[in-house]
Design a binder for this molecule. Structure first.
Ligand SMILES: [Zn+2]
Length: 178
């Protein structure tokens, strides 16, 4: 009996764990299938972004709605809080949860600020945006956003002859050196 229940416990824990990582797997698979390549959990960047797309200068965070307080408004230090559709703050121990979620929200803002200062774009994908009914649309707009970022980074939007501009730039730099 004991052994069985230990096995069962292990299975339950494994199930919980894989459930936790599922949203990230959806994003990974969705991007990979669309031809995007990335690195995972870059330890050298602030906040260890879940996915890093160097070519797009973009970090992607896949956030759990509860832990990161999606759409939750913290009204006061005393714990006044408005839960959201996807982040229901428990009534018991509310002060504890509010403080924890608020800390995570603040950390997320700080991390993204640091990354922006380093020249990275940040995209946050929320767990609730990956529900089966919304998943395809979310992945589609993610791919769209990444392509838009790439075009902007390479200044191709509204520039019919980017190559010419580069040459002009080179000439100007050469003149300045003389
Ligand atoms: Zn959400």
């Amino acid at each position: 009996m004991d052994k069985l229940s230990a096995d069962q416990r292990h299975k339950n824990m494994a199930a919980i764990h894989s459930k936790d990582t599922k949203p990230e797997m959806i994003v990974r698979k969705g991007l990979w299938n669309r031809g995007f390549r990335y690195r995972l959990n870059s330890p050298r960047l602030p906040g260890h972004p879940d996915l890093v797309l160097k070519k797009y200068r973009t970090c992607i965070f896949v956030n759990g709605c509860f832990w990161h307080g999606h759409n939750v408004e913290v009204r006061s230090e005393k714990g006044g809080v408005k839960s959201s559709e996807c982040c229901k703050i428990p009534n018991s121990n509310q002060k504890f949860w509010v403080a924890k979620i608020k800390r995570n929200q603040e950390r997320d803002i700080e991390t993204q600020k640091q990354l922006a200062e380093m020249g990275w774009h940040c995209i946050t994908i929320w767990e609730c945006e990956l529900k089966p009914s919304k998943r395809e649309q979310t992945l589609k707009s993610l791919a769209f956003t990444l392509n838009k970022i790439w075009l902007e980074e390479h200044a191709i939007i509204g520039e019919p002859y980017p190559k010419l501009e580069e040459e002009e730039f080179g000439l100007m730099a050469a003149e300045e050196q003389i």
